[in-house]
Design a protein around this ligand. Sequence first.
Ligand SMILES: CC(C)(COP(=O)(O)OP(=O)(O)OC[C@H]1O[C@@H](n2cnc3c(N)ncnc32)[C@H](O)[C@@H]1OP(=O)(O)O)[C@@H](O)C(=O)NCCC(=O)NCCS
Length: 117
Amino acid sequence: MIGIDIIEIKRIEKMIKKFGNRALERFLTPRERIIVSSPSSVAGYWAAKEAFSKAIGTGIGKECSFLDIEILKNAKNKPYFSSATLKKFNLKDADLSISHDGGFAIAAVIVLKKNMV
Ligand SMILES: CC(C)(COP(=O)(O)OP(=O)(O)OC[C@H]1O[C@@H](n2cnc3c(N)ncnc32)[C@H](O)[C@@H]1OP(=O)(O)O)[C@@H](O)C(=O)NCCC(=O)NCCS
């Protein structure tokens, strides 16, 4: 199953300007807040979380909140979903890709459910 999302980086910049750290705490876990620093990275994480929620088919809400999804980075800077995220949503595997250019951040997510072949 796949999901995709795009966001204007300016929207994230405005949110950070208006609400500061409280805005980040609303949708980034403590580990994620250490990893992401620039508004474009933060926007990429936002897009990736919305894309994940579309891939599993719930959207962001009660069943799947921003903080239920955790995206970490490997030694080469590749983002990946934490094992806790896979476990919470009963997924066999999941992968994502993020890009930013021209004032937008975009993310694509693919998930493999445990009961899928
Ligand atoms: C699904 C969700 C992620 C959509 O995000 P969005 O940015 O409003 O809308 P997008 O343009 O990115 O995506 C819209 C498309 O998502 C798809 N979509 C909607 N619900 C979906 C679901 N449950 N699963 C998979 N895809 C879904 C539809 O194809 C929709 O297109 P349509 O309107 O033509 O039907 C939604 O859960 C959401 O709005 N989340 C934001 C929650 C939030 O807290 N925002 C904070 C604002 S400050």
